[in-house]
Design a protein around this ligand. Sequence first.
Ligand SMILES: NC(=O)c1ccc[n+]([C@@H]2O[C@H](COP(=O)([O-])OP(=O)(O)OC[C@H]3O[C@@H](n4cnc5c(N)ncnc54)[C@H](OP(=O)(O)O)[C@@H]3O)[C@@H](O)[C@H]2O)c1
Length: 376
Amino acid sequence: MLLKIVSCTTLCYLATAASLGVLLLLLAVYFYAQYTLGICKSKTNMAGKTVIITGCTSGIGKETARDIAKRGARLIMACRNTDAANKLKGINIYFNVCKYMPVLCETITPEVISIDNYDTVTRANCMVMLLGEEQELIKESNNNNIIVRKLDLSLLSSVREFAEQINREENKLDVLIHNAGTAEVFRKKVTEDGLEMTMATNHYGPFLLTHLLIDLLRRSKPSRIVVVASSLYVFARVNLNNINPTTTLPGYLYYVSKYANIMFTLELARRLEGSGVTANCLHPGLMSTGIWKNVPPPMSWLVNFLLNNLCKTPEQGAQTTIHLATSEEVEGVSGKYFSDCRESSLCCGVADPSKGKKFWELSEGIVKLQPTDPKI
Ligand SMILES: NC(=O)c1ccc[n+]([C@@H]2O[C@H](COP(=O)([O-])OP(=O)(O)OC[C@H]3O[C@@H](n4cnc5c(N)ncnc54)[C@H](OP(=O)(O)O)[C@@H]3O)[C@@H](O)[C@H]2O)c1
């Protein structure tokens, strides 16, 4: 009996000590994250510069877009969901409507239009305008030079269409930000091109896009390519014998794709040496965004608790991307990996140039690079 009471008390002590330990550990993680938080200090005005951001309808991309728009750049929102992007872009829809109703727009601001007085087409346009009115980017940045272009990075045809339109419409491109990303945990998906979905979206799409826009970037030198990777790359390796891993667990492939992002950036920087185009990648930190949306319960409960309470906000997470895209400090810096606006070291063989070169050549085959496409 006595033994039972003693062991019960010991167990209680142990449980309390363990809980306190976990609590202290969480607090330490929180304070460490706050202490090491990197904030972009650059005040660079980007007026006259053209910046493409992929996947900027939510999370880190949205915050990056917000900052870049405020700096006055011509911002090209390269998004799969153009409705969401247009909504985020906002009141510019008003200016589009002005194409249909120039006289009306000359005299009346969107707030005071009464749609009852107009025909059906005009009313429909007004509705679009009024929907947009509530939204953000143009209004808060006072920058009307924001456009939305359709891009689904998981489809090679969409990447080609997007690049073709950009090359046709734009005469310069100063910064290309590969931000878009996707993550699955269990659901295996294969794209129309027969590619594993996570790798297609996170690596092969950006790889092809970079090729198709490289001439424009070269002509716009000094120009920059920024790749949003992740420190989670340490949990994976790219298997050069299976670069389209359609049967592998997608949760693991997210890490593989981030490993691929870093290998790609380093090899890209080597190939672009002396061209005036730089390429750098980064870890944004961990934060609650759409990237975690496919984590199923109960795992998601813990993940969401940790992300919401201990990690960065998306605005904080966007800082290193903004730093690499805008700061004078990194002018000419290329082939580096950043975290919290500082250069960071790499491990796990990700910086091995021979592996990077081999992976590059294999990727060229996967995206069906044509002899007529620009070569890097
Ligand atoms: N959040 C983190 O803790 C964390 C940590 C390390 C790295 N990252 C990286 O940060 C980047 C941004 O992610 P996030 O955290 O901000 O997540 P997010 O909120 O889910 O944003 C991802 C963006 O990518 C877009 N996207 C997804 N699939 C696409 C496709 N096939 N074609 C074009 N766009 C597509 C999404 O658009 P839709 O609205 O159409 O889905 C969305 O706008 C990703 O590269 C991610 O790997 C995030």
